[in-house]
Unconditional design. Structure first.
Length: 308
């Protein structure tokens, strides 16, 4: 249990698992102490990231405000199940989100009718998609969201895109021959082949890794066409409840202009702009500003009375 200030709730954290697909996702369940059947928010991370990379920081703040959280790691990553490892798939990750929602709705410690979702970066795109498919939810937060695969590919540049094509072709061949996947780096220095090679991508990822943990900086290259074709921002217009978009105005990964144009179509959307970069959202002053805004948003929309 972590004792907070007198104005906040203490909370506990449990290691849990829930079934998804052919295996399981590992997660942390945060429960505020002294709140009977609190509302709950499901948190999912970005491209190749795991929950240890600062999802605990957001969860702690939400739990201290009386909101339970479930922060999970996608299948094939971290300590979640599934093989081959580092296999990324848009479809499978969305199944993981649905499984996480099923888990919290059946959890006796929380109010499964007062549920929200929170996603960051690639998970921010998933949060939009999930929100559009689950009208029973009460709130959603999409942080520095991936909204358009074509726009993000353009941000990588023609040279960067061409650099990863040979790796993609080798992975397709490996898949056909039943061989282990061929990996592509998630983040690399500018000019190096990777899914992201902006100047702040590699240091940004590494800054999120807690001491003593090794960040596995690659995924199976076969996901590239899925990423390019994924355009979750187009689902914003289908979200029927309040959704908060936290957008970086200096984002090097998910171009803010395209994001703002897409998310403004959400009928109950609220957009907040931040000068911090894509990878600065998780720490320091930017984190403090974000988590304050997000906690206020969740408190407003999750602490509601529902008819029996």
């Amino acid at each position: 249990m972590n004792q907070m200030s007198p104005l906040t709730y203490p909370f506990t954290r449990q290691d849990v698992r829930f079934e998804s697909g052919e295996t399981y996702c590992s997660a942390w369940l945060y429960l505020p102490v002294g709140v009977e059947r609190p509302p709950i928010v499901v948190l999912g991370h970005g491209l190749g990231a795991v929950r240890e990379m600062r999802l605990d920081a957001f969860s702690e703040r939400f739990a201290a405000a009386g909101i339970a959280t479930l922060a999970f790691t996608y299948r094939y990553f971290g300590d979640s199940g599934g093989r081959p490892r580092q296999l990324m798939s848009v479809k499978r990750q969305l199944v993981d989100w649905d499984a996480a929602l099923d888990f919290v709705k059946g959890c006796a410690d929380v109010d499964g009718r007062r549920v929200g979702v929170w996603g960051s970066s690639f998970g921010g795109g998933h949060a939009i998609t999930v929100a559009s498919r689950h009208p029973e939810l009460l709130a959603a937060i999409s942080q520095c969201p991936f909204t358009d695969g074509l726009a993000s590919t353009a941000a990588l540049g023609v040279k960067g895109s061409l650099q990863v094509m040979p790796v993609l072709l080798r992975d397709f061949a490996a898949r056909l021959l039943g061989r282990p996947p061929v990996m592509v780096p998630i983040a690399a220095a500018p000019g190096q082949p990777a899914l992201m090679n902006a100047h702040d991508a590699l240091p940004g990822y590494l800054a999120l890794v807690p001491k003593g943990m090794v960040f596995v900086n690659h995924v199976a290259a076969r996901v590239l066409p899925e990423i390019m074709a994924y355009r979750p921002g187009r689902s914003a217009s289908k979200v029927k409840f309040p959704i908060l978009f936290c957008v970086s105005t200096t984002d090097t990964v998910t171009p803010p202009e395209q994001t703002i144009a897409l998310v403004r179509k959400a009928p109950h959307g609220e957009t907040k702009l931040y000068a911090a970069g894509h990878f600065e959202f998780y720490m320091g002053d930017a984190f403090e500003e974000l988590v304050k805004d997000q906690t206020q948003f969740l408190t407003k929309h999750l602490f509601v009375s529902l008819a029996n």
